[in-house]
Design a protein around this ligand. Structure first.
Ligand SMILES: [Zn+2]
Length: 122
């Protein structure tokens, strides 16, 4: 994905780990997300009678299925948010994911790094 900010800067989303991209999870969906993740895990974990009823995840095929299902759940649950590194505008993906709504910061000193990881060195 690539789009032009109103300031003329081109925002490119073609790789992972972007410092100007984040994910939006509505509060109304937060517990549903966790419930779906729990249901997903419950479906992949089964009691192992040989280990005194302790639940154990069954080997690699299930690990791969889990990875696939978590990726799907993530994609369905989160929408994208971008911040233009030049002007600081936020671009929020709409509910139908068909467009971006942009918001210009009111203050000029608003950080243009709001979507970076808190663990980032800068
Ligand atoms: Zn911009």
């Amino acid at each position: 994905m690539k789009f032009m900010c109103e300031c003329g800067s081109v925002i490119v989303d073609q790789t992972d780990g972007l410092p100007y991209r984040a994910y939006l999870l509505p509060d109304q969906d937060a517990f549903a997300f966790l419930d779906r993740l729990r249901t997903l895990l419950d479906g992949l974990v089964s009691p192992d009678e040989g280990r005194k009823g302790k639940a154990t995840v069954q080997a690699m095929p299930l690990r791969n299925k889990l990875q696939r299902e978590v990726n799907r759940l993530w994609a369905e649950s989160f929408r994208d948010v971008y911040q233009c590194p030049e002007c600081g505008r936020l671009h929020v993906e709409s509910l139908d994911r068909q467009r971006l709504a942009s918001f210009l910061p009111e203050d000029e000193d608003t950080p243009k790094t709001l979507l970076q990881s808190a663990a980032s060195p800068e």
